[in-house]
Design a protein around this ligand. Sequence first.
Ligand SMILES: Nc1ncnc2c1ncn2[C@@H]1O[C@H](COP(=O)(O)OP(=O)(O)OP(=O)(O)O)[C@@H](O)[C@H]1O
Ligand SMILES: [Mg+2]
Length: 378
Amino acid sequence: MQLEIAQPFSQTSQPQAAPANPLIGNSARMQVVRALIAKLANSKSTVLITGESGTGKELAARAIHESSPRRGESFVPINCGAIPEELLESELFGHVRGAFTGAVNARQGRFQLANGGTLFLDEIGEMSPKLQVKLLRVLQERQFEPVGSDHTVQVDVRVVAATNRDLQVAVREGKFREDLYYRLNVLPLELPSLRARDGDTALLIRYFLKLHGRRKGKPILGVDPAAMALLGRYDWPGNVREVENLVERLVVLNEDGVIRAGDLPDYVATNSVPHHQKTAEVSLPHQGVDLDNFLERIENGFIQQALVRSCGNKTLAAELLKLNRTTFIERLRKKAMLQLTRRAVAADGLAKIAGNGFSSAEPFSDRRDAAGMPFLAI
Ligand SMILES: Nc1ncnc2c1ncn2[C@@H]1O[C@H](COP(=O)(O)OP(=O)(O)OP(=O)(O)O)[C@@H](O)[C@H]1O
Ligand SMILES: [Mg+2]
């Protein structure tokens, strides 16, 4: 077995990192996060970032890289949840020519592209057991073989991983290797939900108002006190991403430079989203339910409605469903809904996207139980 040492990227061949927002937030919890990032940055050990969706895990990973001695080298992100297993292996480790059908040329993987810099493994909890084994070895030895090769490649990569799943639960359920969990969790960084960040919501709203106001050529003057009070009371289940999306929408729709209470969506004004998220308002039918089938129909229905509402724009549809764009597209692909999206939306809206014409409302019948909950129509 021959050992190759991957060359660090030169300045000219270095992929351009997307410009990132600075980490906004002055709450006590965010001050702890910032201090921890500064400390972690100087180490080469693996970091595991956890936190709810939209709390800024990717931003924190970039901040770690930018504060580290590796800042002049590449920051290479990869979303492990959005790429099918066979492709993910070659994305991570590269492949030789002819390694599999379609591998016309040899290709370097992300580990090699990140040599000298930082590799960000997003949604690590979604990685298959086979790749978990391979990743464990790289983390231990910083060595791997590209797909189809017996040449061992040695890299100098700092790994930062992130997940919004509880990996300890996944370990208990046998879905995630315990040894890999400990290898990843050397330096844990937990990002708090926005609900736990006193005062940060107002700060973020002002920051995004300025940012999107500038981008859209609309300098917004401000948010009136009544609107700010409602925004402060809202629970933000989608965390910072939800703040950014809502502010962007408010900027686009605004005409006179002031955001008022009446401009806010009803679910924000009434803070009604979390209630619906805690428990679906359905009663278990007398005869039971085919749970997987039922949940899939609800999921397909919501996907379908999000695509219609966003006129087939997958980025906006993913935002409506609080999903990563890449995760959303992968889910569409698995459901064979990808090709159908734009055509079906343009043609006649709701019914045809999934080819089966259901909507998320369909599983619920008009009948209600004594507490006013709809029965499942099955
Ligand atoms: N503290 C913050 N200050 C400014 N912008 C932020 C902050 N946290 C998050 N954002 C912005 O919110 C959006 C979501 O952040 P990010 O993608 O890092 O979240 P995430 O935790 O990785 O979410 P997911 O689990 O859904 O992938 C991004 O546009 C990011 O720039
Ligand atoms: Mg993310």
